[in-house]
Write a protein that binds this ligand. Structure first.
Ligand code: CU
Ligand code: ZN
Length: 490
């Protein structure tokens, strides 16, 4: 007897093949049958709906969210059943409970002093909270470097490099899927290519990944792509470029040149993949984007405040409007916010990306989807936290026709699972873990906006995680069935 049967559904198996009609049976957390399946304790007639593998968010910063919001509803309600955390060089581990988690993790563990030091400890702590979704982790360069060298603005000594490598190797041994960098951030921006290459080399024996928030995504995008390709080639590892974009109007369109370089590398046998979020704005800690001695006015003009502990009334507003209201120059508004108490906790949204570039990105066969959502529910976060996956299916598949539904689902499922070493996930087939999303392709849509970002999407009927019905009609069923995943291990 099956635990659950989903009947008469249109099945997109995640491979990119067209949908076919049938039933899917679940038992003991896995898919037990596809096609015609037998009797079950519970049934759902899903006529008219589409069932696909659960979506995989390849770019998340959910390390701390698993501790703060274990229901993870902002992801689960989108149909996301697994995230990859530890991106952009910031990861929950290695950790030192005595150190400031804000500094160690670039803010992703702010306010949380987890009692763990390594990946095993972090996983144990998270599992005790019964998270609703699965998590795969990267180990981050910025975190490792801060652990060993604090904020030193120099290259590591041989001994420091050895200590950093030991941290990276330990995380990989415990199941991290790779090493991530964030080379625009502190302290990563003070590292030379050689340092990053040496650390990425740690991933080679595991055949794990090097993922990167590149050193530059604007005027020097192409040089940054070359640096990333060089690092991964010399280290002998798979390269994954995070949130691929060309920032700033003067650079719009450059994603074509950047993808051409990726294609050349692919043709030469290098392994390269990428991810993108479906919005024209980025988001992050505002302090990272401005030099207070020389405030970039063009950037300030396109900034919207998401979260601002010093000035709550600014949340959800454009900086240029705030400056007018305060009667100050916009560059002065930047200084006022960032130098206020806890000004460095301010999170901003910056409109720097061309719509056309998003489409160019999504048209590339090795492009996955990553939300890059910053899981801080205070203030008005970037809507990508709640809307990324339904938005791709609504806007870029259904409305704009940039890619077909089976292909979009492949990128969100099997391609991501295979790339990030998730065993028996990302496909609907007998024996695979039952991570599933049931949706209406004609209806699915994001409803989160910049003004009202904390909104769950429409058109998703149900989501299963490891066989447990976790969301039904937008309601959290409190299944708590998420697992902490280890690279290429079950
Ligand atoms: Cu990121
Ligand atoms: Zn990033």
């Amino acid at each position: 007897m099956l635990d659950f049967a989903i009947r008469n559904v249109s099945i997109l198996d995640g491979s990119g093949s067209p949908a076919f009609a049938g039933d899917v049976g679940l038992k003991d957390g896995r898919i037990d049958g596809v096609g015609a399946v037998g009797a079950a304790h519970k049934e759902l007639d899903a006529r008219g709906l589409t069932l696909s593998p659960g979506f995989i968010d390849t770019h998340s910063h959910d390390d701390g969210a698993f501790l703060r919001y274990p229901d993870m509803m902002f992801k689960l309600a989108q149909g996301v059943t697994t995230v990859v955390s530890g991106n952009c060089g910031f990861s929950a581990v290695p950790a030192d409970p005595a150190r400031d988690p804000m500094q160690m993790s670039g803010g992703i563990l702010a306010g949380l002093n987890g009692d763990f030091r390594d990946l095993d400890g972090y996983f144990k702590t998270v599992l005790e909270l019964k998270p609703n979704i699965n998590n795969m982790m990267l180990v981050g360069h910025n975190t490792v470097r801060t652990m060993v060298m604090d904020m030193a603005q120099r290259s590591p000594s041989p001994d420091e490099l050895a200590q950093m490598k030991a941290h990276v190797e330990r995380a990989l041994e415990q199941g991290a899927c790779g090493f991530s960098s964030g080379l625009i951030y502190r302290p990563g921006r003070w590292s030379q290519t050689e340092e990053v290459t040496e650390l990425a080399r740690c991933a080679a024996p595991f055949d794990a990944l090097y993922t990167t928030h590149m050193r530059n995504e604007g005027d020097h995008l192409l040089e940054a792509v070359e640096e990333s390709l060089t690092i991964s080639r010399e280290a002998g590892v798979h390269l994954h470029i995070s949130h691929h974009k060309a920032a700033g109007p003067g650079n719009w369109g450059k994603v074509r040149d950047s993808l051409a370089r990726v294609d050349t590398a692919l043709a030469a046998g290098q392994r390269v993949t990428l991810d993108v979020y479906p919005y024209t704005a980025g988001s992050g800690r505002m302090v990272e984007y401005f030099n207070l001695d020389r405030v970039n006015q063009a950037l300030a003009e396109v900034i919207r405040i998401a979260r601002c502990p010093a000035f709550r009334e600014f949340e959800g507003r454009m900086l240029k409007d705030i400056a007018v209201e305060q009667g100050i120059h916009i560059t002065e508004a930047v200084r006022m916010i960032l130098t206020a108490p806890r000004g460095d906790h301010t999170i901003c949204i910056h409109f720097i990306i061309a719509e056309e570039d998003i489409e160019t990105n999504l048209a590339h066969a090795d492009m996955m989807v990553g939300s890059d959502g910053i899981p801080d529910l205070r203030g008005r976060p970037h809507p990508r936290l709640f809307g990324t996956f339904p938005r791709v299916l609504a806007r870029y598949v259904r409305e704009r026709g940039i890619l077909k539904l089976p292909e979009a689902v492949r990128r969100m499922t099997s391609l991501a699972a295979d790339t990030f070493g998730m065993i028996d996930r990302g496909r609907i087939r007998e024996g695979a873990f039952a991570d599933l999303v049931l949706f209406d392709p004609a209806v699915i849509t994001d409803t989160a906006t910049y003004d009202d970002p904390k909104q769950y999407p429409d058109g998703i009927k149900a989501v299963w995680v490891n066989g447990a019905l976790s969301v039904l009609d937008g309601e959290d069923r409190k299944a708590g069935a998420g697992q902490m995943l280890r690279f290429r291990r079950t």
